[in-house]
Design a protein around this ligand. Structure first.
Ligand SMILES: Cc1cc2nc3c(=O)[nH]c(=O)nc-3n(C[C@H](O)[C@H](O)[C@H](O)COP(=O)(O)OP(=O)(O)OC[C@H]3O[C@@H](n4cnc5c(N)ncnc54)[C@H](O)[C@@H]3O)c2cc1C
Length: 386
């Protein structure tokens, strides 16, 4: 087990970083967070919190706080873009009523984590952009240098900590771009996520906060490269043009888009080793995934608990790293693969393949609804705290 006197720093006070600090504290281990921004901020967007993520958040005592600001997800409805007709229903409420699945605003989740850190007296240092390690010391962009026995890189997709562990990694453009927007819930969408499928495109929408707003993510296949990152403002007319053949209620919400951001979707090759010397990576820094299963944050949250528990259990940092790695790699690999596969089935463009897929969806939804949900059991039933 780590010594009480060990100096542990976590780079990045995002979802994974703060959850890690809270999990470590749960095991009696102290750590400090170093965040490049001047406060805990996050993009104005929604996040789906699946039961596997909720189990960790519940373990660190945050369930009630999160429930107070989120909406319970009752299931997922899948629609065809042209007819606007419902093809399938994944009915969580009926078949998985004991599991908590919710829609949350990212800003709400991040501020709950931050308040919990403050309550636990976990130091969060702002305006601290981690640059590199020199002579065993962490170097920040303001010139501060810091010795640490252990550095946890939770600095997200564009991680600097990753460079220490992996070297320079080239991201591969997946030929898919995405837009995100928050629009008024003018169609009174209730507490189900909607997934609207079209050739080479799909849209996901779900209600957030008091239900008066919808979080929208629109994805389209496109060959040309887009700048990385996800804060590029887009002209709403570009989105409307790209999705103009969607009908019914989906057309109505597309029409109401005013502020919209775009980003390119990139794939990073999954490495087998997420640590080097005293640095270990978690979350998007270690293993970014495409957003087609809504599991990126859930994986960061699971990582947080598993890493903290290994530190409490194993005698050396190296043995904890090794155990963490072998525990997490197969699961993360499976999630990444399943997410990429979802993109392919969502975007089928061959008419016959689409027809077959949609018919199977409809039949399962009508006659074997429990079986349709069962496909996701390996993701949602996982309890890393157990
Ligand atoms: C459109 C979209 C929708 C998504 N929806 C879902 C969903 O519904 N459910 C889900 O589970 N996942 C979802 N994800 C994925 C999820 O957002 C990420 O996987 C998750 O935020 C990763 O958490 P993290 O802590 O690893 O990184 P982040 O949340 O990105 O946090 C990284 C933190 O590190 C800080 N930082 C960065 N660089 C430095 C540095 N050099 N020094 C110091 N600090 C630094 C950042 O400011 C930030 O605070 C979605 C992603 C996208 C793009």
């Amino acid at each position: 087990m780590l010594e009480k006197s060990n100096h542990i720093i976590i780079i990045g006070a995002g979802i994974g970083g703060m959850t890690t600090a809270l999990c470590l504290r749960h095991f009696g281990i102290k750590a400090s967070l170093y965040e490049r921004s001047s406060q805990v901020t996050t993009a104005g967007a929604g996040i789906q919190l699946s039961p596997n993520a909720h189990r960790v958040l519940s373990y660190i005592g945050l369930t009630d706080k999160i429930a107070a600001v989120s909406r319970r997800c009752k299931g997922v409805k899948i629609f065809d873009y042209k007819s606007d007709s419902q093809m399938a229903l994944l009915d969580y409420l009926n078949f998985k009523s004991n599991d908590l699945f919710s829609f949350c605003h990212r800003a709400d989740l991040v501020s709950i984590l931050y308040e919990a850190c403050k309550k636990q007296e976990i130091p969060v240092h702002f305006n601290k952009k981690f640059e590199k390690i020199t002579d065993g010391k962490a170097i920040f962009s303001d010139g501060e240098t810091l010795f640490a026995d252990l550095i946890i890189g939770a600095d997200g997709l564009h991680s600097n900590a990753r460079k220490i562990v992996f070297g320079e990694v080239k991201a591969i453009f997946t030929k898919q771009i995405a837009w995100r927007a928050i629009v008024p819930n003018s169609i009174n969408q209730c507490d189900f996520a909607h997934v609207i499928l079209a050739p080479k495109r799909h849209i996901v929408s779900y209600p957030i906060r008091d239900g008066r707003q919808l979080n929208l993510v629109l994805i389209k296949e496109q060959n040309d490269w887009q700048p990385d990152g996800w804060r590029h403002l887009e002209d709403p007319s570009v989105v409307k043009e790209n999705f103009k053949d969607f009908s019914g209620k989906t057309a109505k919400i597309i029409d109401s888009i005013e502020d919209v951001y775009k980003w390119g979707l990139f794939r990073y090759p999954l490495r087998k080793n997420w640590y080097k010397d005293r640095v270990v990576l978690i979350g998007d820094a270690a293993h970014p995934t495409l957003p087609f299963l809504a599991q990126g944050a859930a994986m960061a949250i699971e990582d947080s608990f598993v890493l903290a528990s290994k530190f409490s259990e194993f005698p050396t940092i190296l043995s904890a790293f090794t155990e963490f790695q072998s525990d997490r790699l197969p699961r993360v690999q499976r999630v990444i693969n399943a997410s990429a596969k979802n993109a392919r089935t969502f975007h089928l463009s061959n008419t016959i393949a689409r027809l077959v897929f949609h018919t199977i969806l409809q039949l399962f939804s009508k006659f074997l609804p429990r079986l349709l949900l069962k496909r996701f059991n390996w993701i949602y039933d996982k309890d890393v705290t157990n």
